[in-house]
Design a protein around this ligand. Structure first.
Ligand code: GLU
Length: 447
C-alpha cells in the first residue's frame, strides 16, 4: 500500500520534472526510507503530504546581467527555490558554479528541508544560486555580479521570509557584497543573510561549523561502537571551509587527515595536514584563490591529477566537495582498504550504489543531511543572535553546535531503531527529518 503510494509519487516527480536526475535521486533516496512511516500513518497519504513536499512552494528564475573588467556585458541565470516553509522561513545556501541548474538546486533545496528539520531549529528549506563561476574573476567582477544578482533576489527574501547563506562558490566575500547591496536597496540592516562578517552581524564559529559538526557526528557514531578518532587516518576531497575545519577538529581529537583535493585532482600527504600546512590550506582558496595542487608543489607532496582521493587507504572517508563524487567502484575500493566509516560532509556526495556498498559491508555511513547540518544549524544560531541583537562567545556557539550534533545523531539513531532499520543512519535521518515537517504541514491545513 505505502509502496504503491511511493511509486506513484516518484513517477510523478520524474514526469513533472523531466531531465532533472539529481532531483529525482534526492527524492527517491528520502521516499525509499519512508515506507514503514507511511504504513503507520495513513493520514500522510490521505492529506497528500508527499505530493505537496515534492512540489516547491515557489521557483524563482531571473536574468543577471553584469559588466566584466573589459567593459563587456555578461549574462548569467539566477535562481531561488523556496521548497518548504512549514517549520520556519526558507533557509539554505546560494551556490555559484557553472554546473548550477534547476535539477541541482531542487535536489539541494529538497535535502535542505529535512536537514534543517533535523537541526531542531525553526527553519524551512530553500536553495539558490547561479551558473556564474567566481573562479578566475576579479574582486570587482564578483562584486558587480553579486550586486546585480541581489537587485532581483532582494524582492523575494527577508529575515522572516527567506534567509540565504553560502554554499560552493559563495563565501565571506560574496556574502559581503550581497549584504551590502540588500542593505542599500531596502535601507534596513537585518539578518537577511547568514555567514556574515563578525563586525556586521555574523556569528563566531559559523566558518568552522560544517567541518566541526561533521566530526562531532562522526565522534558520536564511533562512540556507539566503542571507538574514537585517536590514531585514525582520514581522507577528504575538498580544500575550502568545510575541509579546513574537518582537519582542525580531526587533529584536535588525535586523528590525521592525509588528503585534500579539488575538481582537478587530489594531494596525498601521508604525514598529515597540520601546523604550517594547515595554515596554508586555510588560505589557499579563501585568500589566494588557488588550486589544491599548490599545496603539493609547496610541501613536496604527491599530486594525483584527474582523480578523487578514495583510492587512498584510510580508516575514515569524509567526502566534502560536491554531489556524486564517490561512486560504487570507489566505495568498493574503500571497503577493500579497510575503511570503517564514511561521513558525507558535502551534499549527496555518495551515489546510491556507493551507499549500498557501505551498508552491505557494515561500514558506518552518515548521510549529509545529518552529518553536515552543523553549518546551517549555526546559521540558525546566527539568526537568533541577530534577532536579539547580541553576539555569543565562541564557547557558547560551539557548545550549542556540539549539543545539536549530538541531538541529531541521537534522533537519527532512535528513528532508525523505531522504524525497523537499526544502525541505518540514512533511514534514521530521513524519517526523523520528515516527521517534524509532515506534522507541521498537517497542523497548518491544506497550503
Ligand atoms: N549551504 C550550506 C548547507 O548546505 C549552509 C546553508 C545555510 O547556512 O543556510 O547546508
Amino acid at each position: 500500500m505505502s509502496r504503491a503510494y511511493i511509486s506513484k509519487i516518484l513517477d510523478g516527480v520524474k514526469a513533472n520534472h523531466p531531465g532533472q536526475p539529481e532531483f529525482h535521486q534526492a527524492v527517491e533516496e528520502v521516499l525509499m526510507s519512508l515506507e514503514p512511516v507511511l504504513a503507520r500513518h495513513p493520514e500522510y497519504e490521505q492529506n497528500a503530504i508527499l505530493e505537496r513536499m515534492v512540489e516547491p512552494e515557489r521557483v524563482i528564475m531571473f536574468r543577471v546581467p553584469w559588466v566584466d573588467d573589459q567593459g563587456k556585458i555578461q549574462v548569467n541565470r539566477g535562481y531561488r527555490i523556496e521548497m518548504n516553509s512549514a517549520i520556519g522561513p526558507y533557509k539554505g545556501g546560494l551556490r555559484f558554479h557553472p554546473t548550477v541548474n534547476l535539477s541541482i538546486l531542487k535536489f539541494l533545496a529538497f535535502e535542505q528541508v529535512f536537514k534543517n528539520s533535523l537541526t531542531t531549529l525553526p527553519m524551512g528549506g530553500g536553495k539558490g544560486g547561479s551558473d556564474f563561476s567566481p573562479k578566475g574573476k576579479s574582486d570587482n567582477e564578483v562584486m558587480r555580479f553579486c550586486q546585480s544578482f541581489m537587485t532581483e533576489l532582494s524582492r523575494h527574501i527577508g529575515p522572516n521570509t527567506d534567509v540565504p547563506a553560502g554554499d560552493i562558490g559563495v563565501g565571506g566575500r560574496e556574502i559581503g557584497f550581497l549584504f551590502g547591496q540588500y542593505k542599500r536597496l531596502r535601507n534596513e540592516f537585518t539578518g537577511v543573510l547568514t555567514g556574515k562578517g563578525i563586525a556586521w552581524g555574523g556569528s563566531l564559529i559559523r566558518p568552522e561549523a560544517t567541518g566541526y559538526g561533521a566530526v562531532y557526528f562522526l565522534q558520536e557514531m564511533l562512540k556507539k561502537k566503542g571507538q574514537d578518532l585517536q590514531g585514525k587516518t582520514v581522507s577528504i576531497s575538498g580544500y575550502g571551509n568545510v575541509g579546513t575545519y574537518i582537519v582542525e577538529k580531526v587533529n584536535e581529537l588525535g586523528g590525521k587527515v592525509v588528503t585534500l583535493g579539488d575538481e582537478y585532482g587530489y594531494v596525498y600527504d601521508p604525514d598529515g595536514i597540520k601546523g604550517e600546512k594547515l595554515e596554508y590550506m586555510s588560505t589557499l582558496w579563501a585568500v589566494y584563490r588557488k588550486s589544491a595542487k599548490e599545496y603539493a608543489d609547496k610541501f613536496g607532496c604527491q599530486w594525483v591529477a584527474g582523480k578523487r582521493p578514495w583510492e587512498v587507504k584510510v580508516d575514515i572517508a569524509m567526502p566534502s566537495a560536491c554531489e556524486n563524487e564517490l561512486d560504487g567502484a570507489s566505495a568498493k575500493t574503500l571497503v577493500q582498504n579497510g575503511c570503517i566509516a564514511v561521513v558525507e560532509a558535502a551534499n549527496m556526495p555518495c551515489t546510491p550504489e556507493a551507499v549500498e556498498v557501505f551498508h552491505e559491508h557494515n561500514v558506518l555511513f552518515a548521510p549529509g543531511k545529518a552529518a553536515n547540518a552543523g553549518g546551517v544549524a549555526t546559521s540558525g544560531l546566527e539568526m537568533s543572535q541577530n534577532s536579539i541583537r547580541m553576539s555569543w562567545t565562541r564557547e557558547e556557539v560551539d557548545g550549542h553546535l556540539h549539543r545539536i550534533m549530538k541531538d541529531i545523531h541521537e534522533a537519527c539513531y532512535t528513528a532508525a531503531e523505531t522504524y525497523g532499520s537499526p544502525g541505518n543512519y540514512v533511514v534514521g535521518a530521513n524519517v526523523a527529518g520528515f516527521l517534524k515537517v509532515a506534522g507541521a504541514m498537517l497542523d497548518q491545513g491544506i497550503v
